[in-house]
Design a binder for this molecule. Structure first.
Ligand SMILES: C[S@@+](CC[C@H](N)C(=O)[O-])C[C@H]1O[C@@H](n2cnc3c(N)ncnc32)[C@H](O)[C@@H]1O
Length: 249
């Protein structure tokens, strides 16, 4: 089996936040649609009246903090972990609140006690590990009962191979080899069963897709991700999808 390329995250530096000639710009654009959905989900699950700073969130595979830093701006008590120390330095630099606790950690062995967090997020992450089932068990360990697990990953089918892997390689400059591997993509029902095995019940799942009209024709062949690119939520889970699961009491 080919190995997923997780080394690229050490090389981005500030380009995490500035590059538009790289697939990282897609991740940045997508986070603008994902983040409000996540914040709404946390609020509706734990109670809108709950004081945000009393809610502990662990963002696993946080990269340069596109979600962690936004949650911190909303006053949540955020810990962000990643294997890439270089990415964590960027995340910290761009944390306007300077409140996020960033730390190097491996998702397979989180350095936290059982039942330490109210919420655990893993965005664009599960398709970067070879054993998501084991990782999800570890997530469940550190979540409190009734804790919320929020995920984003990619469905595995011929269309996702074409759009998520091949189209990005063809149309976006600097796409590295093996940035994504089809065999590591996860079907929604597989993810549901991994959650169930870990004592968590998956609730809602929702798709996310680019708004094609937000892409000017000329930028298709430029290799550049246009600043106008926007994503929207969709009921279809064919490609990219998010969801949540609740840990049993
Ligand atoms: C595609 S990036 C997603 C970053 C961030 N969650 C986002 O949505 O912007 C995947 C991240 O997972 C990290 N990663 C991969 N394997 C990991 C592991 N076993 N433990 C912790 N982080 C890991 C990589 O270093 C990278 O930062």
């Amino acid at each position: 089996m080919q190995k997923i390329n997780n080394d690229i995250y050490d090389t981005y530096g500030d380009r995490w936040y500035t590059a538009d000639d790289d697939p990282v710009a897609l991740l940045r654009a997508e986070s603008k649609t994902k983040n409000p959905w996540i914040i709404e989900k946390i609020s509706s699950h734990l109670g809108p009246q709950k004081i945000h700073s009393d809610i502990s969130v662990l963002d696993v595979g946080c990269g340069a903090g596109f979600l962690s830093n936004e949650l911190a701006r909303h006053q949540y008590a955020v810990t962000g972990v990643d294997l890439s120390e270089e990415s964590l330095k960027v995340a910290q630099k761009f944390d306007q609140t300077q409140s996020v606790r960033y730390q190097v950690a491996d998702a397979y062995r989180l350095p936290f006690a059982d039942q330490s967090f109210d919420v655990l997020t893993a965005m664009d992450f599960l398709e970067h590990v070879e054993n998501p089932k084991e990782v999800i068990k570890e997530f469940s360990r550190v979540l409190r009962p009734n804790g919320l697990f929020i995920f984003h990953t990619f469905n595995r089918n011929p269309l996702s191979y074409l759009i998520i892997i091949k189209s990005v390689e063809w149309f976006v400059k600097n796409t590295p080899p093996h940035m994504h591997l089809l065999e590591l993509f996860i079907k929604p029902d597989e993810l549901q069963s991994y959650c169930l095995d870990a004592g968590m019940l998956a609730e809602e799942m929702i798709g996310i897709k680019p708004i094609f009209s937000s892409i000017p024709m000329r930028s298709f062949f430029s290799g550049i991700v246009p600043k106008t690119l926007e994503f929207e939520l969709t009921k279809k889970l064919w490609l990219s999808y998010m969801g949540s699961a609740v840990k049993g009491l």
